[in-house]
Design a protein around this ligand. Structure first.
Ligand code: ATP
Ligand code: MN
Length: 532
């Protein structure tokens, strides 16, 4: 039976997906919550939030993600970073998944990836779980109801957590699979209920499609000064570096917290919602994000709560440290209604340095910015990926290697051109450790990071005195009003200076060893910015 609203010419049957039980097209939030609760997928929490757990998978499974190796993408995919799947294996996976789905009820959401109509993707997401439909409806951008009557999906994602892949037959690694087929414009996800896979699949697609149109896709958050798109800032950063936290600033208009494009018209959000970490989320430090956990239909993932009072325990990591909530942007009071920003005036690269070596803020030349963009240094936070249990230093190029189907230089060149054209000021911000490495020092106070960012964005930081960092060559402010001057010089925060110097030397060496792979592909000025 077909329920809901859909383009009659673009039903699942029209796409060859037949024999299902009930199909629910484009249900709105209350109906999805109702269905999810009725099906026992989770519970209604305080304020009407939807509380659920994702089972075995509480983070992404990057090693189980595959790109189908077809002739049309053979020469453009970065195969060293994207595991290939044979087209025949994908076809078997597709057929087996469709036969597994027979008789089951499914939820279909027709949505846009991209706030700029010139560059958006029309994506259909077919989910076995009602709450996955709710999640992706929060996360992507919703067409007007009337637009649904003619909505024709460009791409289709089928997400079926009860389907287990067979590595021998389907050419994958385990029973879990995320397979992208650029020829069939189809993504198949099996054996994981972690909702983040849905949104990051769309991100991966846009990362492939947009560079050909001269648009830079970015793993970044973005905001602008209220009423002034000329004062747009973007915040690149890997998971846990503070994109979501720092873009939701009380004195700025939030464009988005995770994925954006930079075109000749300015910046645009790919999404329509946010996916925030909730571990130790405090009402004092992050009031807006905290409030969303008690709003109707917010998806609250893997948080432990009192079964009787439904009180959420923000400190409980027993299901995972990667507890999350997903909510539409309009739940944040100062969010942009359009998802559109101007040309970035400030480009911030966030890193969470668990070594405690990098300064809390540094100003970068365009060549240094390119160096840090290609390096993508951070420490992985526990939980976001399976198997990561303590902050682990890593290099993930373009601040998002798991989502980059093309070679890093493609994105690097695009960003370099955009920065050269607009003259954006670039900054490196360490939201990680200070006063020692993880274990000895402590995490940078959010208040200090916010104060430094405010000074960078309002231009006042450009007027202070800078010193040149001996290890990294970038410029570091010596004194910033409202910020403890000791904090600005990481070496000064360490009790044992020799230990700092040794740690810094180790990090410089790691940067230089990692960067070797890019040397054959980059310009002389970026080469000159290479350290070590
Ligand atoms: P993801 O890509 O996984 O969504 P993210 O970049 O959005 O990650 P956040 O969700 O903002 O990262 O997570 C940053 C975490 O670090 C939050 O839990 C925040 O409270 C904590 N934190 C601690 N100190 C700082 C700091 N100085 N700046 C930013 N975040 C900090
Ligand atoms: Mn985030």
């Amino acid at each position: 039976m077909t329920n809901g609203r859909v383009n009659p010419k673009a039903t699942l049957e029209a796409q060859g997906i037949t024999g299902l039980g009930n199909v629910y097209y484009n249900l709105i939030e209350p109906a999805l919550v109702e269905a999810a609760v009725a099906r026992g997928e989770g519970r209604l929490g305080k304020g009407g939030a939807f509380l659920c757990s994702t089972g075995q998978f509480t983070g992404r499974s990057p090693k189980d993600k595959f790109v189908v190796r077809t002739a049309s993408v053979e020469n453009t995919i970065w195969w060293e970073n994207n595991a290939p799947m044979a087209p025949e294996a994908f076809d078997r996976l597709h057929a087996d998944m469709l036969s597994h789905m027979k008789g089951g009820d499914y939820f279909v959401q027709d949505l846009f990836g991209g706030a700029d109509p010139a560059h958006r993707l029309d994506v259909r997401v077919v989910t076995e779980l009602a709450w996955h439909g709710l999640f992706i409806r929060h996360m992507l951008r919703r067409p007007d109801r009337a637009e649904l009557d003619s909505f024709t999906p460009d791409w289709t994602i089928i997400n079926c957590p009860t389907f287990k892949a067979d590595p021998a037959k389907h050419g994958c690694r385990t029973e879990t699979v995320i397979a992208l087929n650029f020829d069939k414009k189809l993504i198949l996800i099996g054996n994981t209920a972690y909702a983040g896979e849905n949104k990051k699949s769309v991100f991966t697609l846009l990362n492939y499609i947009l560079p050909e149109k001269g648009v830079m896709p970015m793993h970044c958050s973005a905001n602008h000064a209220p009423g002034n798109l000329d004062e747009t800032a973007i915040f690149f950063g890997l998971s846990g570096t503070g994109k979501t936290t720092l873009s939701a600033a009380p004195d700025r208009t939030l464009i988005g917290d995770d994925e954006h494009g930079w075109s000749d018209n300015g910046t645009f959000n790919f999404e329509g919602g946010c996916y925030a970490k909730t571990i130790n989320l405090s009402a004092e430090a992050e009031p807006e994000i905290y409030a969303t956990t008690h709003k109707f239909a917010t998806v609250v993932e893997n948080m432990v709560y009192d079964p009787e009072t439904l009180e959420l325990d923000f400190a409980d990591k027993s299901l995972t440290e990667n507890t999350r909530c997903a909510y539409p942007l309009e739940y944040i009071s100062n969010a942009s209604a359009t998802g559109l920003g101007g040309m970035p005036k400030n480009v911030i690269m966030l890193t969470c340095d668990a070594y405690g070596v990098l300064p809390p803020i540094a100003r970068l030349t365009p060549a240094q910015a390119m160096y840090h963009f290609l390096s993508g240094f951070t420490s992985k936070t526990p939980g976001t990926e399976r198997g990561v249990v303590e902050p682990t230093p890593t290099f993930s190029t373009c601040f998002g290697a798991p989502f980059m189907p093309r070679r890093p230089e493609v994105y690097g060149k695009l960003l370099q051109e955009k920065i050269a054209k607009t003259g954006a000021t670039c900054w490196l911000v360490n939201t990680g450790w200070s006063g020692g490495a993880f274990g000895t020092g402590r995490r940078m106070p959010i208040k200090a990071t916010r104060a430094l960012l405010s000074a960078a964005l309002d231009g006042s930081l450009n007027k202070v005195k800078f010193r040149k960092d001996a290890n990294f060559g970038f410029e570091v402010p010596v004194e910033v009003p409202g910020v403890d001057a000791t904090l600005l010089d990481p070496r000064a925060t360490w009790a044992d200076k020799a230990a700092y110097d040794a740690q810094a030397a180790k990090l410089v060496k790691m940067f230089s060893e990692n960067f070797g792979q890019y040397l054959p592909h980059i310009d002389a000025d970026v080469k000159a910015a290479a350290i070590g």
